[in-house]
Design a protein around this ligand. Sequence first.
Ligand SMILES: NC(=O)c1ccc[n+]([C@@H]2O[C@H](COP(=O)([O-])OP(=O)(O)OC[C@H]3O[C@@H](n4cnc5c(N)ncnc54)[C@H](O)[C@@H]3O)[C@@H](O)[C@H]2O)c1
Ligand SMILES: [Zn+2]
Length: 377
Amino acid sequence: MDDIHEYNAVNSRSRRELPLESLIAPVEIRGVAYNYPALVGSGLLKRLGEDARKYLRSEKCAIISDDNVAVHFAECVMMSLESAGFQPTLITIPAGEKSKTLKHAGEICDQMIAAGLDRHSCVIGLGGGVIGDISGFVGAIYHRGISHVQIPTTLLAMVDSSIGGKTGVNTRNGKNLIGVIHHPSLVIDDVDVLKTLPKREFNQGFAEIIKHAIIADREMFDGLKDVDLENLAPLIRRNIEIKSKIVAKDERDQTGKRAILNFGHTVGHAIERAGSYRKFFHGEAISLGMVAACAISIKKAGLPPDQRDAIVDLLRRFDLPTQLPAKFPRKKIFEGLQFDKKFERRKIRFVVTPQIGSAHITSDVTLDDIREAVGQL
Ligand SMILES: NC(=O)c1ccc[n+]([C@@H]2O[C@H](COP(=O)([O-])OP(=O)(O)OC[C@H]3O[C@@H](n4cnc5c(N)ncnc54)[C@H](O)[C@@H]3O)[C@@H](O)[C@H]2O)c1
Ligand SMILES: [Zn+2]
């Protein structure tokens, strides 16, 4: 992990003030043009103001949240920020993917203008990936870019969407088609917030964790069957390291190195679309997509079949689907494939795993291979 460094900037005085749990996992995320810490631990929302103050000079800030999340955590976040001299304004949007639009981004900006936020202010996203993406997008465009703090409240957002700087909104024609890379200044993962997360939402986060294990970390894969759900901070930290290390190699998704994060996503996205984004959660569709990618990996990359079986077993442990319902419209999955970004210029770039812990892109996979693998789901 040469480009991941222990986060040592916390000086020894504030180290003593930190509760023991929060010392477990600060990670420094570094790339060519960015450098920010992710603090991972318990009890971090209560001390958010203090921690944020170390990285931000702003006074005014906007907390962007959704109406599910705000009920649980907005008050605590507001109080903590106020006690550290921030002047927070809470802006909530309706929960769910349907809110990740240019219209909502515009309305958020209007409310920020009305609250007097300027180019020295900052924006804090308090919520799952939807809030992380739209608040980051607002952070990127407001006054041509202000600081953004990510406070992810879903497991998926902690291990995936809050890291890597991709922000954006959906359009009528597709997901994440408008966006910009805007890295946060600070990420705060308070594991306590996961207690209110519905079980199905919690489990879908494990699809991305298992994906990270398959593409980059055999040891983590082996440990996942006995993971301690009461002590998730080390696991979250490890996933942040994996994702940020991959992103640092190919920040703008241009060389194919970042694309290995799309393992299971070619078929997974098509399944999500075929289910009209209602039948399966993202992580569930990715679980199915990974099973298909394993079948293709056996054929095209020499993945041993017993490793595919181990992956399927692990997905099932987290109640993730590994087979399509009998009546699912499989034909629609193929229609969905052509919308996939990985089918650029009609060339299929498919992520395969030759063995758990590694992955690469190949152009050796045909639509027929994918059809066959989906047929077996
Ligand atoms: N930027 C990236 O790199 C990236 C990567 C992966 C996914 N994404 C995006 O992330 C989004 C999906 O994120 P998500 O799965 O976190 O969805 P989400 O933000 O919609 O959250 C899921 C649901 O859980 C609720 N919720 C969130 N935290 C809660 C908590 N602690 N307690 C109770 N309820 C809570 C939310 O209100 C929502 O109803 C998609 O829009 C996707 O495109 C972005
Ligand atoms: Zn994903």
